[in-house]
Write a protein that binds this ligand. Sequence first.
Ligand code: ADP
Ligand code: ZN
Length: 765
Amino acid sequence: LFEVEDERAAPEPAPAALFADIVFDRPLDHAYTYGVPDHLASKIGVGKRVEVPFGKGGKATAGFCVRVTDVQPVTAFEIKTITRVLDDDAIVDDHVMKLTRWMADYYLCGWGQVLHAVVPAGVRDNAGTRVASFVEPVPKEKLPNPLPTVTPQQKTALDKLKKENRPLEVLQLARLAKCTTGVIGGLVKKGLVRKFAERIETDAAAPGHDTDTDDSAAPAPAIALNADQLRVWEQIRGALTTGGYHPFLLYGVTGSGKTEVYLRAIEEVIKQGKEVIVLVPEISLTPQTLARFKGRCGNLAVLHSHLTDAERGGYWRRVATGHIQVVVGARSAVFAPTRKLGLIIIDEEHENSFKQESTPRYHARDVAVMRARLEGIPILMGSATPSLESWANAERGAYTVLNMPNRVESRPMPAVKLIDLRHEPKPPGKHFAIGPTLEAAMRKTLKDKGQIILLLNRRGFSTHVHCEACGHVAQCAHCDLALTFHRTKNALMCHYCGFETAPFMKCPTCAQPSMRYQGLGTEKLQTEIEEKFPGNVCQRMDSDTMSKPGSHQRVLDAFRDGLIQILVGTQMIAKGLDFPNVTLVGVVNADVGLHLPDFRSAERTFQLLAQVAGRAGRGEKGGQVLVQTFTPDHPCITLASHHNYTEFAKLELVHRKQHKYPPYERMARLIVRSEKEDAASAFADTLAAAFKEAMKRMPAPSGFVSLPSNATDTPAPKAAPIRLLGPAECPVFRLNNFYRFHFQVQSDSSAALHEVLRTVLAIAK
Ligand code: ADP
Ligand code: ZN
């Protein structure tokens, strides 16, 4: 990643009056200055892409223009010039420019990398568009004098065009007037018709066309708000009226009617002539949710992960041209190129699917808050189980809490009963996942014509395959991870990298026929249910069965229609589902995620239990929740069973503070990886040395968080202590053929943390 500049004697600097700073899709920490040749001076602009010679061989490379200036840079190097400007209009506006700049600083990656990730491929390559030739009548005052004569065919064409009263594509007009394009060409030559080119969407009359995915969904009628909703809504309306940055945390129990509040806010913003971005977890992008938005949200764009590049590009352009009022989507929707953003809403703000796991590794909630700050608008974050980061922000007064402690129409929260698996009688013989208590409750529910949701957060059939003779465990060929047996596929699979191999009974190590298939996944659970409850339909919902677009919805529709009695699934079924006839929710093993080496494991377990419990008793029949667990005394399980989020948050925050975990401390994790173990290990040592060096140099970290990012004039905070753990092998040492070491770096000052990381990366370069 060395910056390679050509040092050969540079002739006179190019006499360019304008200079542009360009960033590239590379992990580089600064922009490169290029000269703007005269013929491009009117075309260059911030937020457009350009083509420039870059790197050793001066290879033609695309980059984003991030600054234009007429101040000649002071440099000993030759200033190269821009070859081409690739966009007619800026594809990234000022706000998103600032936002991406902040992201590059905050997440320690290249500004160009962020821009590249933020702008969909379909926008960069104009997918789904074409350049079309249009014609329109020449206005009266510009007509030639005397008027030329026209052929009958030309007259027909001209009349048609005048009647349409808008520009038509040449081919369109030819079709309408039943003539050749030559006839129209004749009109152009005679000066009666003006011809011009414009880039348009390939799919027909794109602007303004219905962007929803499902036309059958009926719009939800407006509902009269109840007292809690009204109280909350008044506060939000106040903020929308005054304007300005105002972050709200809408803490409302499951079924308290948060969505109705969002809809009110959206309607208000549309009335103001502004736009709304609504971020939801990917799994919520179902017609069931969207139907509630439809009809009350003006023009709605839905950004989900099954879109093609062309479709994504189309939405982006329609948002950018003001044809869309509401953008609903998963995390990347936070970058929607709205023109007058009035509000950002984040539903289920605690969801970890808002975190992106590849560069730039951003958290959409944090980016959304920063965007709201930059644009000076309110942001509404809703959850029944807020993230502890947001809760802590609320406690220190940074967010306003809006509280909705009751379900609508005074429906009670469902009773949650814990079943202690240590004392649950075990029927002789085969080991069952569903104990007698849960089984009895299921029988009763089915008898009463209720429906059941069963949660098991682990997919596959047997999750552990090992040799009873020598202890060999079936492992992935590329990762230090045990393989899971999938019966439908008849394969052993790695859940991380997708590696697959045929199941075997003979141990590859000791050659004994003693491989045992153990452990429980959703697939095996489904088999057990089908054995125990014949005559009932049990459907499984996990990423194995739900990979095709639309499959999720088909299952939910069938469940709603009563064609399915028992729905079994992973966390996928815990979120957002609203089925009034679900009177029993069972959790097969509450402890699945509790002992993971992650400081958030208790928080995640609490959230999952609270969310899945919220699926029960949403209708008039009420409902109950049964939770099987080996650790009924663990606070996160006990408190989830009492629907006591606030107590859980209090306890967990004390724990975080004691152990110096976020949100009290800032934490960064550095992973060194290589396909060669030696190389990974050696570089980890290099980094360790760089850390030592960097901590020595540490005294004055600069405040990068302040915006706009002119870090130099912010007072340097006092040196804050940095704690470094590592290098150590990652918990999963080998992943996808990469050997991995990691460092954990902590500090109570995020500025200090960033400073040391930047220094380390610079030293190690
Ligand atoms: P949450 O998002 O908080 O879980 P929802 O917004 O899904 O809650 O609301 C739960 C149910 O209550 C939905 O079916 C919704 O239509 C209904 N609902 C919302 N507000 C009201 C209200 N004021 N009166 C009656 N029903 C309501
Ligand atoms: Zn693997």
